[in-house]
Ligand binder design. Structure first.
Ligand SMILES: [Zn+2]
Length: 292
């Protein structure tokens, strides 16, 4: 099972940077989302693959035509309003955001929105309360769990394949980022900077062997002309800008070599009675165990 996802956000929606994190400044920055989204849609066209697009509300509000264009052919989900990490929000703030942004995307697209991804995979073991809110607000599918160490989130004890999260308000079906165990470490190879940095031959080999792959790509991952955020550390610059020039060709190759589906199609193929069920407590317990 190969699932393709895109996080529709601008080049400046990189978390925790002094230069760009203030949403008040965003209107002054260069707009690159049209060209970059078209690059993705063109690559997908005629590929026979489907994808789920998680859209930032700030983009949807300013450029509703992008939401309309995507939703005519593909499934859409929310990527929050202002791309703020879940751990930086109070539960009340998060609830309002989820509710408002689902409504915004539904009003523009005319489609029901039941999928969500947190910015920077920012639902950690300490933010498991977020799943109660997501379930209460009608989210059925979540793709916010990163089963490894991540700069802005990550739950290292989480499964590498779809699982159920039992919340107080019902079950959320989780589609985590796929990973590979190598020398005792959880290695991510199929999204964002990992997608750009991992050599294609290795990615193809590992994906070919894995029963579950979830690929996540941002429009900026394929934009070598984007402005450089100077306040990023050298390591973060490498992670943010390495391999930009080759990523579009890599995506096209991936679409030639693999058939991808979206999250709701994947849901129908999974026997949910036989997958693991976790709840906030057990994930948290595992996380604590890993930290010891
Ligand atoms: Zn994002």
């Amino acid at each position: 099972m190969n699932i393709l996802t895109f996080d529709i956000e601008e080049w400046f929606h990189i978390l925790e940077t002094a230069e760009t994190e203030d949403a008040e400044k965003w209107d002054k920055f260069e707009t690159r989302i049209y060209g970059n989204t078209d690059r993705i849609l063109n690559a997908l066209e005629d590929s026979g693959s489907k994808a789920t697009f998680f859209i930032v509300g700030w983009i949807a509000k300013r450029y509703p035509d992008i939401v309309k264009k995507i939703s005519q052919k593909y499934e859409i989900g929310s990527h929050t309003g202002n791309h703020k990490p879940v751990w930086a929000q109070s539960p009340e703030e998060f609830r309002d955001d989820v509710r408002n942004e689902i409504k915004r995307l539904e009003d523009i697209s005319g489609e029901k929105v039941v999928s969500f991804r947190a910015p920077g995979f920012s639902i950690r073991a300490s933010e498991m309360w977020a799943f109660d809110i997501l379930a209460e607000e009608g989210i059925m599918y979540d793709a916010s769990v990163f089963p490894g160490t991540h700069a802005h989130g990550g739950i290292s004890g989480a499964p590498f394949s779809p699982f159920k999260i039992k919340s107080h308000a019902g079950t959320v079906k989780e589609f985590p980022v796929s990973a590979k165990k190598l020398f005792g470490e959880n290695i991510i190879y199929s999204g964002g900077g990992y997608f750009r940095i991992t050599p294609y031959s290795i990615m193809k080999k590992w994906m070919g062997k894995s029963p579950y792959n979830l690929v996540y790509i941002h429009p900026r991952d394929m934009d070598p002309g984007q402005p450089v955020i100077n306040s990023l550390s050298r390591l973060r610059k490498f992670k943010s800008y390495c391999g930009l020039g080759k990523a579009e060709a890599k995506l096209k190759q991936l679409l030639e070599d693999f058939k991808f589906i979206d999250i709701s199609s994947a849901d129908k193929l999974i026997n949910w009675n036989s997958v693991e069920q976790r709840n906030a407590f057990s994930l948290e317990k595992r996380q604590c165990r890993n930290m010891r």
